[in-house]
Write a protein that binds this ligand. Sequence first.
Ligand code: ADP
Length: 472
Amino acid sequence: MEILHVSAECYPMAKAGGLGDVVGALPKYQNKAGHIAKVVMPMYRTKFLYQNNWSVDFKGIASMDGKFFEYTIIKEATNKLGYDLYLVDIPGLLDREKVYGYDDDTERFVAFQIAVLSWVNSWEHLLNVIHCHDHHTGLIPFMVKYSYAFARLAQVPTIFTIHNAQYQGWMGWDKQQYIPAWDSWKAGELEWEKSINPLASAVKCAWKVTTVSNSYLEELRQEANGLEKLFEYEKGKTSGILNGIDVEVWNPKTDEFLIKKYTPRTIKKGKQANKEFLCQKFNLAPELPLFIFIGRLVGEKAADILPEAFSKALQVYNGAINILVLGSGDISIEHQLNQLKNSFVGNYNVVIGYDETLSHIMYAGADYLLMPSRVEPCGLNQMYAMQYGTVPMVRNTGGLKDTVSDIGNFEGWGITYNQASVDDVVHAIYRAIDLYNDKIHFNWVRNKIMAIDNSWENAINQYINLYQSVQL
Ligand code: ADP
């Protein structure tokens, strides 16, 4: 089968979060399974762009809002990623350093989607599937169905995967003419609560819709940033497929970012070396259990409760724990986390920013990973942590619920709690200290989590079955 993934992110070209990891890995494993999977994304000006070789694949002209624009499609020349990666360049719109956060993001991503379809429309053959990811590609299922210019593509099945339903790409109706001339009887297929809602439109128009875990899909019917009724109504075409992790990138045995690589057999020494590096660099005590948090400092991740929870835990368990944080986001959370440094010198530190290398060393060197998320569609961090023998401490929600079982359960391997609250996090830390001191149980848990198969294999089969179910 020939599949084209359309996404705003794809690691290692550009990643802002889990979406990048998933789109960077899924096609690789689909190709390994004998299919032809490709990725197309915007040509941001990232390091990966400048450090790799590209060939021009196509040059075209498309139009948005009645104005013509030129676009160029370039292709990674060596196939080093294990799939064909295509980038769309639109001068003035996509030639930026960052993925998101510009005032004209709407124009940028609508133009990107138009260029992708105009390129695909120029091919002699038709694809088996166009697989769109998140709201930045959410207008594609509509355009394929109802924009006259793309009528030839109407028989190509579109699959839409929701990695995060909080962000929906809302646009006012004043921007309706951005979308290439479409059947005006179908306005309802674009709309949700009086504005154009690309995420809702994709849920309505795609042939099948998936979310990145089963529990998240169930939760969306209760709480979906305004789209609850839609998810209930479209129940029949939605399913949950749990993400895998790229075990070629996230593997303590081969990870080039680590200070020392290790296997389940050599975990003690390997972890210790990575931990000592972190403790030295961040002035922490290597003999104490190390708790980490890595992620966006936003409400979804419950990062707002961290300053108080950490402050309380560091006071109550004074001298018994270390905490290290890596993240960026809400300025006031960043500030509060920075402030804590003064009160708990030697047991606490924080790095504000995005650092891929450091994140790998932290997964390896830590004993525990905290994820009190309010919303977690799948969550990759807990799976990376487990792969590196780091015990996950997660709130029972979304994908976290589907991947972590509490140590209180028969053969459970993580620490779970129900509320994204200071008390629940502090109590979870108390249980973690207890477990850390019970070396036999702790070592059993470490071995158990390193043996869990979080690879893509299962997910690949489920996606292929889904693609097959929509072939005409
Ligand atoms: P999200 O909701 O942010 O997509 P996920 O758990 O799905 O959450 O994926 C987060 C990904 O981003 C993981 O690979 C994680 O290691 C990475 N990440 C998040 N914040 C940072 C950071 N500040 N530095 C390095 N990596 C980060």
